[in-house]
Design a protein around this ligand. Structure first.
Ligand SMILES: [Zn+2]
Length: 148
């Protein structure tokens, strides 16, 4: 653990600039890559966010289970709004969610988090190249809305 936060408490605060928040997220990603994640006091964080929240960023990411936003950036409860959809593509509802977070919650940093070996991107590429979705996704009738 670094000395830039109280043990078990978040490093992010609503008054930080977008550049400061991005820097802290990137530092958290280095801790994630090094296997040096922070041990947060989740009970205290739950209690401290009971009556409100002031996340520092919005993260749009894929639903892929190998890319959990909080672990990837070594952040915790109350730190970011997380919008997750396969392939981290933007649609009407996810865009409305992000607009709301920017407009009402005054969040000024939007992070679009991509990852390697994305099944949604692979399906989209296949659909364009071969003209069909992967056979295992043939019964996913709503998949074209992601691929499109
Ligand atoms: Zn993905």
């Amino acid at each position: 653990m670094t000395s830039d936060n109280t043990p078990g408490q978040s490093r992010l605060h609503a008054k930080q600039s977008p550049a400061e928040v991005l820097d802290l997220l990137l530092q958290g990603n280095v801790r994630f890559q090094n296997g040096n994640l922070t041990h947060y006091d989740h009970r205290a964080l739950i209690d401290s966010t009971t009556n409100g929240q002031a996340p520092s960023a919005v993260v749009l990411s894929c639903i892929d289970s190998r890319v959990p936003v909080e672990q990837v950036f070594d952040i915790t409860i109350g730190d970011v709004f997380s919008a997750r959809v396969a392939g981290n593509v933007i649609g009407t509802k996810s865009l409305a969610s992000i607009e709301y977070q920017a407009g009402v919650a005054q969040v000024r940093l939007l992070v679009v988090l991509r990852h390697t070996r994305c099944g949604a991107v692979t399906a989209a590429v296949r659909a364009v190249v071969k003209g069909s979705v992967p056979p295992e996704a043939a019964e996913c009738i709503h998949l074209p809305s992601i691929i499109d």
